[in-house]
Design a protein. Structure first.
Length: 330
C-alpha cells in the first residue's frame, strides 16, 4: 500500500485525492491535488510534479493524461502526480505566491514553521523524499516567452556520482532534442534567488534522480508541447521498465552546457529576429528595440556563436527586461 498525506492506494489501484497544505483567512482550505497509480508488480516510484510556478500549465495536462491512460494492472512500480503543487500561485495564474511573494522553487527543503511557501515546500518534499526514486519537475518559460521543450539536469555538490549519471540518462530518455547540463558547482544563479532551493537540486542531494522538463510557454495550453511532454513521460517509464513499449526519441539530441539570458539596456518595442532551436553566429542581430517614433535605440547581438533556447514574445520592454535565453555546448 502507498499512503501520502492520508491518501491511500492499494496495489493495482488508481486513486485521486487532495493534500491539505494550509488555510486562507476566509476559511477556505489550500489543497494540492494528488494522483497515485499503484502498479500490481514491484518497480520504481516515479513522481511527476507540476505548477511549482502558477502559470506553468502544459505539464499539468500531460501528466494527467499519462496517469489516466496507464492501467495499474500493467504497471511495474508506482506513478505519483502532484500536478499543481503551488495552489496559491496557480489560482492567481502567476509565477509567485501572492501570499508571501516567494518563488516556491527556491524554498526547498522548506520550513514547517515558516511563511506559507516554505511550509508547502516542506510538506511536499517530506512526501517526495520518503517515497520517490525518480522525479520530473515540470516547468515552462514565462508567459512573455516562447520556447520548445527541453530538459535541464544539474550537477550539484555533495551528490552521489551514480545518481548524477542516472539523472543524465533519464533526462536524455525523455527524448527531446535539447538537453541542458548545468554545473551548479561552477555556475552562479541565472536569475535572482537561491540555486540551492530548487526541488530537483534537493532531490538529487537526497539520492533521488531528478530533472526539470521545460515544456513550452506559460499561461497557455500548447497542444504540441503537451503531446511531446506526454511522450516524454512514457519514454522515461519505458526506460525504467515500468511499462512495456518502445520509446520515441527526437532524431538527434544535443547537450548545452552553458546558458545565459540576454537583457536589454534600452526600452520601447522589441523586434525579435531569431527563433528557438536556431543556431546563430557571433555578432548576429538577435533583436532590435525601437522607440515610439520608429527610431532604433538598441541592436542586441549574439555575444558568441550560440543556440537560441527561448525568445521574448511580449514586444513591450523596459530597461533590464529579458529578451531571450541562449546556450552553447562548451
Amino acid at each position: 500500500m502507498i499512503e501520502i498525506g492520508g491518501v491511500k492506494s492499494q496495489k493495482g489501484e488508481r486513486v485521486t485525492g487532495f493534500l491539505e497544505v494550509g488555510k486562507m483567512a476566509n476559511g477556505c482550505t489550500l489543497k494540492i491535488p494528488l494522483i497515485i497509480v499503484n502498479g500490481k508488480e514491484e518497480g520504481p516510484t516515479l513522481w511527476l510534479n507540476g505548477a511549482v510556478h502558477g502559470d506553468e500549465i502544459n505539464g499539468i495536462v500531460a501528466m494527467r493524461k499519462v496517469a489516466f491512460d496507464i492501467e495499474p494492472s500493467g504497471l511495474k512500480g508506482s506513478l505519483i502526480c502532484t500536478p499543481v503543487c503551488n495552489p496559491v500561485a496557480f489560482q492567481a495564474r502567476f509565477k509567485l505566491s501572492n501570499f508571501d511573494h516567494l518563488d516556491l522553487d527556491q524554498q526547498f527543503p522548506g520550513n514547517p514553521k515558516g511563511l506559507l511557501s516554505l511550509r508547502i515546500a516542506y510538506f511536499l518534499f517530506e512526501q517526495i523524499k520518503n517515497r520517490a526514486d525518480y522525479l520530473i519537475n515540470f516547468h515552462t518559460a514565462g508567459r512573455y516567452y516562447s520556447c520548445n521543450p527541453y530538459t535541464v539536469f544539474k550537477i550539484v555538490s555533495n551528490a552521489n556520482k551514480e545518481v548524477l549519471q542516472e539523472m543524465e540518462n533519464v533526462a536524455k530518455a525523455f527524448g527531446v532534442y535539447l538537453n541542458c547540463k548545468v554545473d551548479h558547482t561552477k555556475t552562479s544563479c541565472e536569475l535572482p534567488g537561491s540555486l540551492n532551493g530548487a526541488l530537483d537540486v534537493n532531490c538529487t542531494r537526497n539520492g533521488i534522480v531528478a530533472f526539470m522538463a521545460e515544456v513550452g510557454s506559460g499561461g497557455r495550453l500548447e497542444q504540441e508541447n503537451i503531446e511531446i511532454s506526454y511522450q516524454g513521460i512514457k519514454n522515461v517509464m519505458y526506460y525504467l521498465n515500468m511499462i512495456p513499449g518502445e520509446p520515441k526519441f527526437a532524431k538527434e539530441q544535443i547537450i548545452i552546457k552553458k546558458r545565459e539570458f540576454i537583457w536589454c539596456n534600452e526600452a520601447g518595442i522589441v523586434f525579435i529576429h531569431v527563433k528557438p532551436y536556431e543556431f546563430v553566429k557571433e555578432g548576429s542581430v538577435l533583436a532590435n528595440i525601437t522607440d515610439f517614433f520608429g527610431n532604433t535605440v538598441e541592436d542586441i547581438k549574439a555575444p558568441r556563436d550560440c543556440f537560441v533556447i527561448a525568445v521574448r514574445v511580449d514586444p513591450v520592454v523596459s530597461t533590464g527586461d529579458r529578451i531571450g535565453l541562449i546556450g552553447s555546448p562548451d
